[in-house]
Ligand binder design. Structure first.
Ligand SMILES: *[C@@H]1O[C@H](CO)[C@@H](O)[C@H](O)[C@H]1NC(C)=O
Ligand SMILES: *[C@@H]1O[C@H](CO)[C@@H](O)[C@H](O)[C@H]1NC(C)=O
Ligand SMILES: *[C@@H]1O[C@H](CO)[C@@H](O)[C@H](O)[C@H]1NC(C)=O
Ligand SMILES: *[C@@H]1O[C@H](CO)[C@@H](O)[C@H](O)[C@H]1NC(C)=O
Ligand SMILES: *[C@@H]1O[C@H](CO)[C@@H](O)[C@H](O)[C@H]1NC(C)=O
Ligand SMILES: *[C@@H]1O[C@H](CO)[C@@H](O)[C@H](O)[C@H]1NC(C)=O
Ligand SMILES: *[C@@H]1O[C@H](CO)[C@@H](O)[C@H](O)[C@H]1NC(C)=O
Ligand SMILES: *[C@@H]1O[C@H](CO)[C@@H](O)[C@H](O)[C@H]1NC(C)=O
Ligand SMILES: *[C@@H]1O[C@H](CO)[C@@H](O)[C@H](O)[C@H]1NC(C)=O
Ligand SMILES: *[C@@H]1O[C@H](CO)[C@@H](O)[C@H](O)[C@H]1NC(C)=O
Ligand SMILES: *[C@@H]1O[C@H](CO)[C@@H](O)[C@H](O)[C@H]1NC(C)=O
Ligand SMILES: *[C@@H]1O[C@H](CO)[C@@H](O)[C@H](O)[C@H]1NC(C)=O
Length: 467
């Protein structure tokens, strides 16, 4: 079996009714319908999730509806949030700023969705980059105008806000249709210790699929589970309750109640996939729960191996109790094969209820030194600087704020070394925040209307060579 395609979102608009709601929110969820009319909030009956328009999270870009050919009712299965979008014809970096209740240090799942739908009438598919903070999350490309691209990332917030940035790389105007944030239990989706990574979803499969997506409210984290079955597998299932609370992963009942097992008991349950490049790193989370009440003389017991070497086992899944097994060291390489096979003393075939496969993204770039970032943000607010300053000041490296230069050094946060605000319409007194940019070498404030003497705090700037 080759795991390599992403099934489309399963949402039916036939069953979707729009209801205007006031303040009915899922705990900690941020669900944004990008490009919808200002203050337009609605409840998606299909998922029970309430979406808000994006005005509170961004102040650049232009709202559009997709062209009618791709919209409801011509496209009856279109999820409602994808019928409109926000595009960013100006600036090479435009960012949404999310400020969840407990940000710094918390683990989040973010999901971004894109449907071009020929919104601009140009019939030309754009290609652009998506960043989580200062690190590349995904390159967004489309197969055609009706292709729904959805990408998910799991990461830990490193400050009180989270920025999601769309970057124009010269191959078309970036846009976004929907953006969702879901808080996770901090103790799950662990990876190799000491390695700061984000996890980008590769595949999330529900084996022996019943009839849904498993998402909210079944899934308190609102993960979307894609059905998968193979002709060489049988389905086993239960209608009993399964305890999923024992570990933080909380697999939804609908997903964990069904499992795949090889049709021929002595066969292995095998999954394989191919990565785009040789040094891709994968983390795999496998969900197991025994769904059959076994007789005294029945034993289900198996080993799990990756590419032929034992990963975990022997393992006996517990009756009606969910367990999650993952690799603590990344699987690195191009070809990957997970194989689950019964041990010699077992007489029942192995099972697998669900799986998530994530690709690790190294967090190579660090955000700007926090005092510098706070100072320049304060300057932006004080003087209402209108230069499209969004997201992190120094990062990503090629997309620093206009008028700003930074000094980069591996493994330490970049510092702001030069600020050019000449002819920027600044007026009033000189802000003390300038004095907090302690690595600054050059400050150009010519052609503004700043009043008062040059303050003493500038003398504290030891590196300043140009004023
Ligand atoms: C999109 O369509 C809705 C009605 O379906 C309308 O209210 C809204 O103004 C349109 N948005 C744009 C940007 O044209
Ligand atoms: C559009 O592209 C997607 C993904 O590449 C594909 O699954 C779909 O069949 C295509 N649709 C059309 C109408 O070509
Ligand atoms: C975030 O938390 C880390 C560790 O708890 C701390 O070192 C850092 O200064 C915090 N960052 C911000 C912007 O609060
Ligand atoms: C989907 O599953 C639910 C509960 O398992 C069941 O009540 C419903 O009838 C099913 N729907 C279809 C179309 O099979
Ligand atoms: C997070 O998961 C752990 C088990 O891994 C559990 O003990 C803890 O209660 C969970 N926290 C929340 C808020 O659910
Ligand atoms: C099951 O697999 C074994 C070993 O691969 C094979 O010998 C046997 O014929 C298979 N049985 C069936 C019914 O396919
Ligand atoms: C298990 O025991 C039952 C009777 O209790 C018997 O019918 C069955 O064949 C046994 N199965 C195996 C695998 O020994
Ligand atoms: C798995 O084995 C194949 C050869 O059998 C090798 O090409 C590949 O790199 C291995 N993959 C991993 C992740 O070790
Ligand atoms: C399963 O793994 C154990 C080691 O944990 C090993 O002793 C045993 O031989 C393995 N069984 C099979 C059938 O591979
Ligand atoms: C940054 O720009 C340089 C030169 O323009 C280019 O070679 C490099 O690939 C860019 N890096 C990224 C991450 O876009
Ligand atoms: C990077 O940091 C190291 C240690 O702090 C320092 O020795 C080195 O000069 C720095 N490099 C640059 C280019 O600033
Ligand atoms: C600041 O930018 C202006 C043009 O925007 C330029 O003329 C001036 O030389 C710059 N100042 C410095 C110190 O580079």
């Amino acid at each position: 079996m080759l795991v390599g395609y992403l099934p489309p979102l399963f949402l039916s608009l036939a069953a979707l009714v729009l209801v205007l709601v006031h303040g009915q929110l899922q705990t900690g969820f941020i669900s944004i319908d990008c490009g919808s009319p200002e203050n337009f909030n609605f409840l998606d009956i299909d998922t029970g999730i309430s979406y808000a328009s994006d005005g509170a999270y961004i102040n650049t870009g232009i709202n559009h509806n997709i062209s009618s050919q791709y919209a409801y009712p011509n496209n009856p299965n279109l999820p409602y949030p994808l019928s409109d979008l926000r595009s960013f014809p100006s600036g090479n970096k435009n960012c949404y700023t999310l400020t969840p209740a407990a940000a710094n240090g918390s683990l989040y799942l973010l999901r971004a969705s894109f449907l071009y739908g020929n919104y601009d009438g140009e019939d030309k598919l754009p290609e652009f980059d998506l960043y989580l903070g200062v690190n590349l999350w995904s390159s967004v490309k489309f197969g055609n105008a009706s292709d729904v691209v959805t990408t998910e990332i799991i990461g830990t917030a490193v400050s009180d806000s989270i920025s999601v940035c769309l970057v124009n790389k010269g191959t078309g105007i970036p846009f976004i249709s929907a953006l969702e944030l879901r808080p996770l239990n901090n103790s799950i989706y662990g990876t190799a210790l000491g390695k700061p990574v984000s996890l980008v979803l590769f595949e999330r499969f529900d084996f022996g699929y019943a009839n849904g997506t498993g998402r909210y409210k079944d899934d308190i984290y609102d993960r979307i589970w894609s059905p998968y079955n193979s002709p060489s597998w049988n389905v086993v299932s239960t209608s009993a309750d399964i305890n999923s609370n024992g570990n933080g992963y909380r697999a939804p009942l609908e997903v964990i109640r069904t499992a795949a097992m090889p049709r021929n008991g002595s066969d292995r349950l095998e999954l394989s996939w191919t990565a785009d490049d040789d040094d891709s790193e994968f983390y795999v989370y496998m969900y197991f729960a025994e769904v059959q009440r076994l007789e005294k003389n029945q034993t289900r017991k198996f080993n799990i191996s990756s590419n032929g070497s034992l990963m975990f086992g022997p393992f006996v899944p517990w009756y009606l109790y969910a367990t999650t097994i993952s690799n603590s060291e990344a699987f690195t390489g191009k070809e990957h094969r997970i194989s689950i096979h019964q041990t010699d003393d077992a007489n029942l075939p192995p099972i697998l209820n669900a799986i998530e496969i994530y690709m690790a993204k190294q967090l190579d770039e660090l955000p700007t030194y926090s005092e510098d970032a706070a100072a320049v943000l304060n300057i932006k607010t004080t003087y209402q600087v209108n230069k499209g300053w969004m997201g992190d000041p120094c990062g990503p490296k090629n997309y620093t704020w206009e008028g700003l230069e930074c000094n980069y050094n591996v493994s330490i946060p970049p510092r702001i070394v030069s600020l050019n605000l000449s002819s920027s319409g600044l007026s009033g007194r000189m802000s003390a925040s300038f004095g907090n940019l302690s690595s600054m070498q050059s400050l150009d404030l010519s052609n503004n209307h700043l009043t008062g003497p040059v303050p003493e705090f500038l003398e504290g700037l030891k590196s300043l060579r140009f004023l």
